[in-house]
Ligand binder design. Structure first.
Ligand SMILES: O=C(O)[C@H](O)COP(=O)(O)O
Length: 228
């Protein structure tokens, strides 16, 4: 049965520093590197070998993918990078410390910005030091100024339908190395999670999540590979 493997990148420098990251391109930490290697070892140990890979255009996800593939001896498989798998854009919160933002705006407001379904964080100003607008990797793309989970879903799902799902239907074992919120977008869709319930879903770093597919639909529920 074709499998879908979802992996959130290993710990990033700004996960460690507790800063809102979004589209800012931070690296993985040493711990993140270890998490990514461990994900690869686990794939190998459990005999789940990806045949095709997708990732974002952000180095924390790309590096995680490469380390995971290296540690299951599959660095050679075809891979595609696409901005539509990027982390959700954190708007004007990008770069701020999460705790300091809580102290300033209150826990409830910060929780709404982080986890609500459709309330986007305040938009990023054009020319903000963390604005990736002029980055060549986004040439020709209308870079958002902020994104809620709902807006993230609106760019992740069309890409999933057009580029990824057909590969699973064709029998490939697909690995997607992406981000907390682009993966929440996918899991919401695949596990049919309501707009209310999705606020409670957290995706840990570096832990492969598996969906088994029959045709174009998942069979049964997702599970963590470490528990299989
Ligand atoms: O972009 C970020 O800051 C993190 O990758 C995810 O942050 P969150 O846990 O606030 O959604």
């Amino acid at each position: 049965m074709p499998k879908l493997i979802l992996v959130r990148h290993g710990q990033s420098e700004w996960n460690l520093a507790n800063r809102f990251t979004g589209w800012w391109d931070v690296d993985v930490t040493e711990k993140g590197v270890e998490e990514a290697k461990e994900a690869g070892r686990l794939l190998k140990e459990k005999g789940v070998f990806p045949t095709l890979a997708f990732t974002s255009v952000q180095k924390r996800a790309i590096k995680t993918l490469h380390l995971a593939l290296e540690y299951c001896d599959r660095l050679w498989i075809p891979e595609t990078k696409d901005w539509r798998l990027n982390e959700r854009h954190y708007g004007g919160l990008t770069g701020l410390n999460k705790q300091e933002t809580r102290d300033r705006h209150g826990d409830e407001q910060v929780h709404i910005w982080r986890r609500s379904f459709d309330v986007p964080p305040p938009p990023m100003d054009k020319g903000d030091e963390y604005d990736p607008g002029n980055d060549p990797r986004y040439e020709g793309i209308d870079v958002p100024q902020t994104e809620s989970l709902k807006l993230t879903i609106e760019r992740v799902l069309p890409y999933w339908e057009s580029d990824i799902l057909p590969k699973l239907v064709a029998g490939e074992t697909v690995i997607i190395s992406a981000h907390g919120n682009s993966l929440r977008a996918l899991v919401k869709h695949l596990s049919n999670i309501s707009d209310d319930e999705i606020t409670g879903l957290e995706i840990p770093t570096g832990q492969p999540i598996i969906y088994e597919f029959e045709g174009s639909a998942p069979v049964g529920e997702r599970y963590y590979l470490k528990d299989a």
